[in-house]
Design a protein around this ligand. Structure first.
Ligand SMILES: [Zn+2]
Length: 99
């Protein structure tokens, strides 16, 4: 599976077209919540979270501030809360994207 085209539609929406013609839509706040980096994963595996923690781990109104292709297998997304360590592999993107 290869990424054919990536497009920022708005502050909060990015679309990706795959080489099989499938198009998927990605929302910034959901993507931020699903960040696969080590520190985000750790937070998710934390003890039962209080409301404050949940809010902190899933910031609302986050927007995309950019992205960067990583080789031919992944995309790094940068968010408006200055978080930019999440490397989203194509496989993972296929899994979490919305059609
Ligand atoms: Zn992260």
């Amino acid at each position: 599976m290869k990424l054919q085209n990536i497009n920022q539609i708005s502050d909060q929406v990015i679309s990706i077209v795959w080489d099989d013609g499938t198009e998927q839509i990605f929302f910034a706040d959901k993507m931020r919540g699903k960040c696969p980096c080590a520190s985000c994963k750790e937070k998710k595996e934390d003890k039962p979270a209080g409301l404050f923690k949940v809010l902190k781990a899933n910031p609302n109104n986050v927007i995309f501030s950019g992205w960067e292709m990583i080789g031919r297998y992944a995309v790094r997304f940068m968010f408006s809360d200055n978080h930019n360590t999440g490397i989203y592999t194509y496989e993972y993107l296929r899994e979490i994207g919305e059609n």
